[in-house]
Design a protein around this ligand. Sequence first.
Ligand code: HEC
Length: 202
Amino acid sequence: MFRAWIVFLGMGMLIGLVGCDSEPSSENVSEILKENARKKAEYLEKGNQIAKASFEALSGKLKNTIATDGIEGAIRTCNIHASPLVDSLSNEYGATIKRTSLKIRNEVNSPSPDEKHILKLYSRAKDANETLMPIVLLDSNWVSFYSPILVKPICLNCHGEPNQDLDISTIDLLRSMYPTDRAYGYKEDELRGIWSIKFESD
Ligand code: HEC
């Protein structure tokens, strides 16, 4: 069975590993690599489009709710609305859409072993000051797309330093809703987590 993996990381670096049961001819290899390159571009575009739509839906909702109900109102809404918003986009795009992190607030967002691996890769790349590019992993049936989520000033209201960016009452509310919360203490531009998006390959 033919399996192809495409990995993008860093400055457009491409590692293509092709494994086959029988040795392909050199002509076949070049066709396979060309096909990989075409699909890679297509899947990357689709993943980016879904991540962008999800981010815009969530941050639009967040901004509006902070404006009308304040930070604590938004925390309550975030808890209720993050999943349904993302679920409706999942249906629209025929994909599973997840946000995850090495320091999570809500246990339901815990990373899988694969996601943990990707999070650590991004975290190392960020420490080394590299530009974080999306990653596309492809097998014969599924595309896994990952892209980084960085901390913006607005995020500090709920993910920043306790007693500095977060009011005591906000900390109390978060503690009561998420007793195992570790998603605070972030600074602007730090890696907060990743989008993990999966859809069927064609
Ligand atoms: C009003 C408070 C608030 C603000 C502002 C906020 N978040 Fe969150 N964030 C939350 C809550 C509450 C959760 C848990 C949501 C849930 O139940 O899934 C969460 C969860 C997350 C998660 C999922 C992983 C986890 O820890 O459970 C990510 C990633 C995330 N936030 C990133 C961001 C980013 C990036 C920003 C800024 C653009 C931001 N947040 C702004 C309250 C907030």
